[in-house]
Design a protein around this ligand. Structure first.
Ligand code: NAD
Length: 349
C-alpha cells in the first residue's frame, strides 16, 4: 500500500482523492488545502482522512509515502520541492511547473533523492490515446504527415494561467507520446479579450514543425460557443480521428489518403484519392485517472520510471514557455530547446 496525501481540494483535487480511495494499491491518509471550508466539504465523506491547512504540517507525517499536488501552477515549484525535500514521492498536476527553471529544479531534486516524480498528463492513460500510440508504433499509418487538434469551448477563465498553459498541456503531451521525434521549431499566435487587468490570452494557435514534412497545429480557445475535442493524426496510409466527446466510438481509423502516380517524373506526377474503409476499434471503458494513480503507485513500489515522468513534464513546460515567447513576439518561429536525459544528475552508485 502506498500511503498518499493530496494537496489542493479545488476543482481537480477531488478527482485525485476519489481515485486514490478506490485504487487498491493506495491508501489516502491526508488532504491539505488553505481553504478550510472547501477542505471540510471535500473530505466530509471520508472521516478517516486527516485534514491540514498547511503542507508543511502534512509533510511532517512519517507514514506518508507520496504527495499529489493539485494547486494552481504557480505554486507547483515551491510545494513540489518541499514535498521532495521531505522525502515524499510526488504526483504533480499538469503543467509540472510555471517555468522551465522550476521544472528543472523539481526533476533534479527528485533524481538526486531517488524519488518518483510524475506529471499528471491524464490523457496519456486514456484507452483512446494508448490505442492511437499502438496503431502509430505498428506502422499502420505509414509516414506521419500532420496532427490537427482542436480543443475549444466556452472555457473557465483563470487568473493565473492563459489558455495555452491551461489547455495545451493536454494536446502537447499526447503529441509528445505519439510522435517519434521532438519538434524542431514552434510558432504561436494568441489574443486576449478579457478585461485588461488579466491580459491572459483566451485564444491561441500553436504550430509545431517536426521536420521532414510533419507539422502539428493546436487550436485552443475559451471563447468558442461549441465544445470540440478533436485530435487528428494524418499518415501516408491511414489517418486517425480522435473525438473525445464521443461516448463510445472515440477513435475512427480512415483508410483514406492521396496516391501519387508517376512520382519519379516530377512534371507529370498525378494525384488521386484512395477512399477505403472507416472503422472504430473497441476501447475499454476505464477512467484514465484510475489507470494513472495505479501506475504512480506501481512506479513507487517497483522503482519504475513513470510514462509521464518529471523529464516528460519538463519538456512540455519548455514547449509552453516557447509558445508564450512566440506569442509575445507576434508569432515568431522559435527553435525548441528540449532538455536531454543528460540534464538528470547521476545518482551515486
Ligand atoms: N489533469 C487534468 O486534466 C486537470 C484538469 C483540471 C485542472 N488540472 C490542474 O490541477 C491544478 C489545480 O487546478 P484546479 O482547477 O483544481 O484549481 P482550483 O483553483 O479549483 O483549486 C486549487 C486549490 O488549491 C488550493 N491551494 C492553493 N494554494 C495552496 C497551498 N499553498 N497549499 C494548499 N492548498 C492550496 C486552493 O485553496 C484551491 O482549493 C492545476 O495545476 C490544473 O492545471 C488538471
Amino acid at each position: 500500500m502506498i500511503r498518499v496525501g493530496v494537496v489542493g481540494a479545488g476543482y481537480w483535487g477531488p478527482n485525485l482523492i476519489r481515485n486514490f480511495i478506490s485504487c487498491p494499491a493506495t491508501e489516502l491518509l491526508a488532504v491539505c488545502d488553505l481553504d478550510a471550508e472547501r477542505l471540510r466539504k471535500v473530505t466530509s465523506p471520508y472521516p478517516a482522512v486527516q485534514t491540514y491547512g498547511a503542507l508543511e504540517e502534512m509533510l511532517q507525517r512519517p507514514d506518508l509515502d507520496a504527495v499529489a499536488i493539485a494547486t494552481p501552477a504557480g505554486t507547483h515549484g515551491r510545494l513540489g520541492l518541499a514535498a521532495l525535500r521531505a522525502g515524499k514521492h510526488v504526483l504533480m498536476e499538469k503543467p509540472l511547473a510555471a517555468s522551465s527553471r522550476e521544472a528543472q529544479e523539481l526533476v533534479q531534486e527528485a533524481q538526486r533523492r531517488g524519488l518518483v516524480l510524475m506529471t499528471d498528463h491524464t490523457f496519456l492513460f486514456s484507452p483512446a490515446v494508448q490505442r492511437m500510440k499502438a496503431l502509430i508504433d505498428s506502422g499502420d499509418l505509414g509516414d506521419l504527415y500532420f496532427i490537427d487538434s482542436v480543443r475549444i469551448n466556452l472555457g473557465l477563465f483563470h487568473e493565473d494561467v492563459n489558455v495555452v498553459w491551461d489547455l495545451a498541456p493536454h494536446d502537447l503531451s499526447i503529441a509528445q507520446l505519439l510522435l517519434p521525434r521532438p519538434p524542431l521549431s514552434l510558432s504561436a499566435f494568441g489574443a486576449s479579450h478579457a478585461p485588461a487587468a488579466s491580459e491572459q490570452e483566451d485564444l491561441a494557435h500553436l504550430s509545431l514543425d517536426y521536420g521532414d514534412g510533419l507539422l502539428a497545429t493546436f487550436h485552443l480557445s475559451w471563447l468558442s460557443p461549441v465544445k470540440i475535442r478533436q485530435f487528428i493524426v494524418g499518415g501516408s496510409r491511414k489517418s486517425i480521428v480522435y473525438n473525445d466527446l464521443e461516448p463510445a466510438e472515440k477513435l475512427k481509423i480512415y483508410d483514406r489518403g492521396i496516391v501519387i502516380h508517376n512520382e519519379d517524373q516530377r512534371y507529370r506526377a498525378q494525384i488521386s484519392y484512395r477512399l477505403g474503409d472507416v472503422w472504430s476499434p473497441h476501447l475499454e471503458q476505464v477512467e484514465p485517472l484510475q489507470t494513472l494513480v495505479q501506475h504512480f503507485a506501481r512506479c513507487i513500489e517497483k522503482g519504475d520510471r513513470p510514462l509521464s515522468d518529471g523529464l516528460f513534464g519538463w519538456r512540455i513546460v519548455c514547449l509552453l514557455e516557447a509558445a508564450q515567447a512566440s506569442i509575445k513576439q507576434a508569432g515568431a518561429r522559435l527553435v525548441v530547446q528540449r532538455p536531454a536525459e543528460e540534464s538528470l544528475p547521476r545518482l551515486a552508485a
